[in-house]
Each structure stands twice: as C-alpha cells, then as structure tokens.
Design a protein around this ligand. Structure first.
Ligand SMILES: Nc1ncnc2c1ncn2[C@@H]1O[C@H](COP(=O)(O)OP(=O)(O)OP(=O)(O)O)[C@@H](O)[C@H]1O
Length: 228
C-alpha cells in the first residue's frame, strides 16, 4: 500500500561548503505520507542547506534523495524543475509574496506554472485563502497584510497544488506566540490532511512539539530527539 512506502528516502547524504567545511555526512532519513518531521539543531549546522538539497535546489556531495520513487540524481535540470513545481511545496523564511500580484494570484502561482487554466487555478487559490483564514482577501496585496497574514498566504501558496513533499524553513519565524500557534496548527493540519510528507526546520520548541518526530541535525546526520 502506498502509505506504507516512505515518500522521501534519503541515504548517506553528505555536504561540504567552501572553506572547505563539512556540514554533515552519512545522513539517512525516511518520511512517510501524512508524517510531519521537525529538524532542529545549532545555528549554522546546515538545516537550510539540507532543505535546499531535498528540494533539488542545491547538490549533495554524496548520497541520494528519492521523492516518491524518483531519485533526484537521475533528473536533469528540467526534470528537477518539473518535480519541484508539481510535487514540492516550499515555505521560505522570507515569504516571497510578489508585491505586484494580488494575493489570489500569488497563491495561484504554483498552479499557473503547471496548468494553463487560470479560472481553475484562481478558484483553488481562493479556497486555500479560505482555509488559512483569509477569506475574501484575494484581491488584496502584500502591503496590506501583517507578518502573520503574509505567512499564511505563503502556506496557502505552498499547499495549493497539493504537493507530496512540503518543506518549511522556520514557518513561524518572526510571528508572535499566538499567531505562531495558529499558523502552526494550520500547517500541521494541511500536511496531514493532504497526506503529504512535511519537513519543518525550526528553532522553536513550540513548533517542534507539534511534529510526529523531532530530529537534531549534527555533523553525523540526524539524531532522533527523545526528551519529549
Ligand atoms: N554556498 C555556500 N558557500 C559557503 N558557505 C555556505 C554555503 N551554503 C551554506 N554555507 C554555510 O554553511 C553553514 C550552514 O548554513 P545553513 O544556512 O544551512 O545553516 P542553518 O543550520 O540553517 O542555520 P540557521 O539555523 O542559522 O538558519 C553556514 O555556516 C553557511 O554560511
């Protein structure tokens, strides 16, 4: 059955950066559909770099990344771009909401990239805005929104195309505690409700607490945190 097969399979991943400095090596990870993982670790240990590698935006030096049975290394740049657009949702630290597009157009963007049907894309975008508590705000612009609202738009956009893999870099960074809690539960519901595999990098214990597993990134890979 498909839900028993890990959606993301990472084997023996290693990465060094110029210096040269080795960030990590021998990193293994499996994440199943409907599972939300938190990755924690000291600043500079390589958490964002790991997310970028999983998204095919950066290359590992060794090891492999498989998404839904496809090894990233077997794809050329066009194939990676297609996989990213169709199968991955990304919530960045900076929201990257485009200021010259309406909020609805921003949320519809991942669909517009893969489907020419604008009416369907915008209807789905509107439904996602409803889901994140921004009903009726689709005609607005980023400048009209608070930080928490912008983060919710970013989450709506990351989920609108129902990606199999959702990657989030500090999805509640810069939000006050109450807004962070709301955004977080929405994010967790969306990951689990969509049957996606979710990976969230965070410094926040409150964020980590909502995950099914908390893994600490170290130079020797990911270590399961059991003090929960
Ligand atoms: N292309 C690059 N060239 C040089 N150094 C890099 C490159 N990419 C990442 N680094 C370095 O690798 C380290 C890991 O960076 P990364 O942003 O992944 O860490 P992080 O764990 O996400 O940190 P934080 O928690 O502070 O966001 C940092 O020291 C960074 O400067």
């Amino acid at each position: 059955m498909s839900e028993t097969v890990p959606l993301l399979v990472v084997r023996g991943l290693g990465k060094s950066v110029p210096g040269p400095r080795r960030l990590f090596h021998g990193l293994d990870l499996e994440v199943r559909a409907g599972e939300l993982i938190a990755i924690v670790g000291e600043s500079g240990v390589g958490k964002s770099t790991l997310l970028n590698i999983l998204a095919g935006l950066d290359d590992a030096d060794e090891g492999s990344v498989g998404i839904d049975g496809t090894l990233l290394a077997t794809l050329d740049e066009t194939g990676r771009t297609r996989l990213r657009r169709e199968r991955i949702g990304f919530v960045f630290q900076a929201f990257h909401i485009l200021p010259y597009l309406t909020l609805r157009q921003n949320v519809a963007l991942p669909l517009a990239l893969v489907s020419p049907d604008h009416a369907v894309a915008e209807a789905r975008a509107e439904a996602m805005l409803d889901l994140v508590g921004l009903a009726g705000r689709g005609d607005g612009y980023a400048r009209d929104l608070s930080g928490g609202e912008l983060q919710r738009v970013a989450i709506a956009r990351a989920l609108v195309h129902r990606p199999a893999l959702i990657l989030a870099d500090e999805p509640t960074g810069n939000l006050d505690r109450d807004t962070a809690a709301r955004v977080l539960s929405l994010f967790a519901d969306a990951v689990r409700g969509n049957g996606a595999a979710g990976i969230m990098v965070t410094h926040s214990d409150a964020s980590a607490a909502i995950a099914d597993r908390v893994l600490t990134l170290t130079g020797d890979g990911l270590v399961e945190r059991r003090d929960r």
